[in-house]
Ligand binder design. Structure first.
Ligand SMILES: Nc1nc2c(ncn2[C@@H]2O[C@H](COP(=O)(O)OP(=O)(O)O)[C@@H](O)[C@H]2O)c(=O)[nH]1
Ligand SMILES: *[C@@H]1O[C@H](CO)[C@@H](O)[C@H](O)[C@H]1NC(C)=O
Ligand SMILES: *[C@@H]1O[C@H](CO)[C@@H](O)[C@H](O)[C@H]1NC(C)=O
Ligand SMILES: [Mg+2]
Length: 479
């Protein structure tokens, strides 16, 4: 047992009727059931009835869809994606998620809890952790943050092209609404790992998220061991390591690290971390080698997952339409290849908090940003022979005078005056994020994850030229 468990036991010696005693009795019942189940599985395997779930999932062979092959006179072969819901769930979404999980598959999930881009990165981390643990990622919805807390959630698959992702990664990828019926009011209990309390000392609870409320999950959390922390005993950082979290996904390390869980808030149950639908409270602060790793070229989460996460056709079409409208070409015509464009992202809004005492010279001036724009243009001309014709500004700045100055530089803005009313409050940010990533170059704001992901996309998708400008003091970007 890990030292945390020992010290916990020392402070709470097991007694009859204690929470620990109840917990160990639940855990041993579960172990008994697991033993029976494993015996059944082993005998099944021995008889050769069960193929390894991975042999048929890893190869991309078409499967005959039984529903469409019933007409024997016309042997229609429907292509069922072996990495999609049909091949990896029992059937249509069910009222209880457990009723839809296949016994020959293992799943993994997690929640989000920050700005939208941070949440995108968190789901990228979830999918990467799924890859190294050989589990199927089940991705929840996006919940709102900067766009207003009352805005309804939006599906991951509405924003990103999930079928394309599955094909690129060659693994199954599922969304929660495919597993559990969105309309279900059934509250379900589940045990999850609490990583947040293992990596920081200020908040004495697992990371908070609205996702479990939407999914109607009543979670009993088990505190993860402190050795998941990337920089041991360092209070200044809260990252955990992918492979430390992965170790907890396997039975031996899991068993060695079970400690008394927290009661689930609704039904007051104590549950060990689920082995079928493995779950962690929060994966934003997760890295392989160093904190905030997605800013670095080698980031495995970016290289193996993030770069393959493309916009859904809907979002990409909207971005192109808004872009054409902003440049002033007919919306239904393709962007002429002869008119290459680059995007800028100026992140302001709540970034004011980083300014502290610095008021007037904190945010970079447009002149400072223009230097980086010129660098990007020069690099594109020199390296690729591309003449940039249009510069598109995206920003959360609302000051109309500032936007006038943007136009004064000959740069275009994106007109979102109708977007939220016509399409919904999610769309200004989704369209802007797509526009930022689809040009031949990009200039973004230091410290912004939204800028960083745009930079990485432009680099990965078109080998484009990118710059990130620094800010915070009047001379921050002088170099
Ligand atoms: N529409 C729009 N919204 C933005 C822009 N920049 C920032 N925002 C809003 O501010 C949020 C910033 O949070 P996040 O996405 O986590 O990025 P970060 O805070 O810059 O790291 C975004 O999700 C948007 O809601 C922009 O250029 N356009
Ligand atoms: C079955 O195949 C026949 C012959 O092609 C066709 O006429 C019929 O409509 C099909 N029935 C169904 C239910 O698809
Ligand atoms: C708006 O922007 C202009 C130009 O950048 C600036 O001079 C002015 O102080 C800003 N107004 C506010 C209220 O921040
Ligand atoms: Mg953020």
């Amino acid at each position: 047992m890990h030292e945390d468990a020992e010290s916990l036991l020392a402070h709470h010696p097991p007694q009859k009727h204690s929470a620990w005693a109840r917990y160990t009795s639940i855990a041993s019942k579960r172990r008994f059931l697991v033993a029976v189940f494993s015996f059944a599985t082993v005998s099944f395997l021995a008889l050769g009835f069960l193929r390894s779930p991975w042999t048929d999932q890893r190869s991309f062979t078409p499967i005959l869809d039984p529903q469409t092959s019933t007409n024997s006179s016309t042997p229609t072969v429907a292509l069922v994606d072996p990495h999609g819901p049909e091949a990896n769930l029992i059937g249509a979404p069910t009222a209880h998620f457990r009723d839809n999980l296949r016994n020959d598959r293992k799943y993994i999930t997690s929640w989000i809890s920050a700005g939208w881009t941070n949440d995108v990165m968190t789901y990228i981390n979830l999918i990467y952790l799924a890859m190294i643990t050989d589990r199927i990622p089940v991705i929840p919805m996006f919940t709102p943050s900067h766009i207003g807390g009352a805005v309804p959630p939006i599906d991951f698959g509405l924003v990103f092209d999930v079928p394309r992702l599955r094909k690129a990664l060659n693994i199954p990828v599922l969304e929660w609404h495919e597993v559990k019926d969105r309309a279900s009011n059934e509250v379900e209990e589940i045990g999850c790992w609490n990583t947040w309390e293992a990596v920081q000392k200020n908040e004495h609870y697992p990371r908070r998220s609205h996702v479990p409320d939407h999914l109607k999950l009543d979670i009993s959390y088990t505190k993860a061991p402190s050795w998941i922390k990337t920089i041991p005993n360092f209070d200044g950082d809260v990252h955990s390591s992918f492979w430390a979290l992965a170790a907890l996904a396997f039975p031996e390390t899991r068993a060695e690290n079970l400690v008394l869980p927290l009661e689930s808030p609704t039904n007051h149950l104590l549950l060990p971390p689920d082995e079928h639908m493995l779950c962690y409270d929060y994966l934003y602060f997760t890295c392989a080698n160093q904190p905030y790793e997605m800013e670095f070229d080698y980031s495995p989460a970016w290289r193996f997952v993030g770069q393959h996460l493309h916009w859904s056709p809907t979002i990409e079409q909207l971005a192109n339409q808004y872009l054409r409208r902003s440049i002033g070409i007919a919306e239904d015509r393709p962007t002429p290849p002869a008119s290459p464009w680059i995007a800028i992202h100026v992140r302001r809004g709540d970034f004011k908090v980083f300014c502290g005492e610095e008021t007037t010279g904190c945010y970079a001036s447009l002149e400072v940003i223009a230097r980086r724009v010129e660098e990007v243009k020069a690099e594109l001309l020199q390296r690729k022979g591309i003449m940039v014709e249009h510069v598109i500004m995206t920003s959360d700045e609302r000051n109309a005078t500032w936007w006038e100055e943007v136009k004064g530089h000959g740069w275009y803005g994106v007109d979102h005056s109708q977007t939220a009313d016509v399409l919904g409050p999610w769309y200004p940010v989704l369209i802007d994020a797509a526009i930022q990533s689809l040009g031949v170059g990009f200039v973004g704001t230091d410290k912004s994850t939204m800028s960083n992901l745009a930079r990485r996309r432009v680099e990965s998708w078109t080998d484009g030229a990118t710059r990130i400008y620094k800010w915070g003091t009047p001379n921050a970007d002088d170099h």
